[in-house]
Design a protein around this ligand. Structure first.
Ligand code: GLY
Ligand code: MN
Ligand code: MN
Length: 464
């Protein structure tokens, strides 16, 4: 556990939360529950990101309380010799305050009796809304007990608020400690992508039966041997036509000589995600149509990277990428001027949508699709309405978030070409995405994931 040396970081974050709660208020932040997989076997445990952000503590069965006075209390698993023999070491409430830099700790078995007392005489109780099933009901139960004591002079909290509204804004801007871990996570994932590419080309050259799971195994191997705890999300390893399924997971499909392989995989390191996609020829050499499409996606990504800098808005890289992709679709005959009009028409009518149906990025952090709103908070009242050209729905637009130093986002344009009438056959079943992880800095952005290259020549050279 890396907690001890980072006491100060977590304590500072808790202080910022305490200061935002308002007078005489309290926040309740549980970690994630354990989940059964089947019968008596559990899924690999993963802590809750908000809880970890404030404690650095990875054991299950814990709840953090932060009071507006600044005091923090942890409820955690009690020491238990027998359970520790079976399940492993527990920090326990006696050692927790010093080890984690908290004011107090109790066994989690005391939560039910302590919470009503701790909620007494508070103005507001804060907790994460719609994250922990049953928490709202628990809070109701505790408040009911406080209300039963009102006739003895106790005050009952009058408002409940979502503590994520404070934490999301904090987590949106990564500090130096977080960026350092994210750089390391991205570097490990980059090495894993290279490893998978090289094994792919080698197995095909050797005439072996190459399956998606072979490459999935290489990714995992490289993640774990570099200290990553687990993949940040289910790795996508998609050969040939499977690349056109956006959330395809690595399966057992055969990868053929001449196929493209799309790998979208990133490790999680010490609670932080990386998220990289590369698309490469399984045998190490692009065909002409594959290369033609690849260069369009790459140019779109370059345009998006150029638009990722402080002062620009979250939507700007997407719009820059769409412009290049739409032009590429017109140039290659996926779309035609006769049918779809000018570049402007293609963009306004979203005619590119059958081939590019997702956004160009998302926030990245402890969660792969990290928290943080996509609208600029100070401009939430500036709404405009527009009619979506495809669905006809009326959409409320609010100004997109202004990019600031320390924000981390992915840049991931793609093109996915399913066979259809009018689509040039040489492009059928080509699915390409290129995804990198960018941290906004003073000048523009740093691509943390470029330990694995993106240009055609470098990719082919890697696989010789
Ligand atoms: N791997 C999920 C994504 O790229 O958003
Ligand atoms: Mn991805
Ligand atoms: Mn992504």
């Amino acid at each position: 556990m890396n907690t001890i040396q980072h006491h100060a970081i977590y304590a500072q974050r808790r202080s910022r939360v305490a200061a935002a709660l308002g007078k005489e208020s309290i926040a309740i932040i549980p970690t994630a529950p354990e989940h059964a997989r089947n019968r008596d076997t559990g899924y690999l445990y993963r802590h809750d990101s908000y809880f970890y952000y404030l404690t650095g503590f990875t054991e299950p069965g814990a709840t953090l309380l932060i009071e507006s006075s600044g005091a923090s209390t942890l409820f955690c698993q009690p020491k238990d010799t027998e359970r520790e023999i079976w399940d492993g070491y527990r920090l326990g409430p006696d050692a927790a305050p010093e080890f984690l830099g908290l004011q107090a700790a109790h066994a989690n078995t005391e939560l039910a009796t302590q919470l009503p007392k701790l909620l007494e005489n508070r103005a507001t109780v804060w907790y994460p809304f719609a994250i922990h099933p049953g928490l709202e009901t628990q809070v109701d139960g505790w408040l009911k007990q406080v209300r039963a004591r009102v006739r003895y002079g106790a005050l009952c909290p009058e408002s409940q608020r979502d503590v994520c509204s404070i934490l999301d804004e904090m987590r949106l801007i990564k500090d130096a400690h977080e960026i350092d871990i994210m750089r390391k996570a991205a570097a490990i994932s980059a090495k894993a992508h290279i490893r998978a590419m090289q094994i792919s080309a080698r197995m095909l050259k050797d005439g072996q039966d190459l399956r998606e799971y072979h490459l999935d195994a290489e990714l995992l191997h490289e993640f774990r041997r570099n200290g990553s705890e687990y993949p940040a999300y289910g790795s996508i390893v998609a050969g040939g036509a499977n690349a056109c399924v956006l959330h395809y997971q690595a399966g057992d499909a055969k990868i053929n000589n001449g196929d493209l392989v799309l790998i979208d995989a990133g490790c999680e390191l010490h609670g932080y995600a990386s998220d990289i996609t590369r698309t490469f020829p399984a045998n190490g050499k692009f065909t002409a149509p594959q290369r033609e499409m690849y260069e369009i996606v790459l140019a779109a990504q370059e345009a998006a990277v150029a638009a990722t800098k402080p002062g620009m808005r979250f939507i700007d890289p997407h719009e820059a990428a769409v412009k290049v992709l739409a032009q590429g679709m017109l140039d290659t005959g996926l779309l035609t001027h006769d049918k779809h009009g000018s570049l402007q028409d293609v963009i306004e009518n979203r005619a590119y949508f059958p081939y590019y149906m997702h956004r160009t990025g998302h926030w990245l952090g402890m969660d792969v699709h990290d928290c943080g709103g996509y609208n600029e908070l100070s401009e939430l009242d500036k709404t405009t309405e527009r009619k979506d050209p495809l669905s006809g729905e009326l959409i409320k637009n609010r100004p997109s978030r202004i990019l600031r130093e320390g924000m981390v986002l992915t840049i991931e344009p793609g093109i996915y070409i399913r066979p259809a009438a009018g689509v040039p056959e040489k492009f059928h079943n080509i699915g390409i995405r290129i995804e990198d992880d960018a941290v906004v800095n003073a000048k523009g952005c740093e691509l943390m994931s470029r330990g694995v290259p993106v240009d055609v020549i470098s990719l082919e050279q890697l696989m010789v």
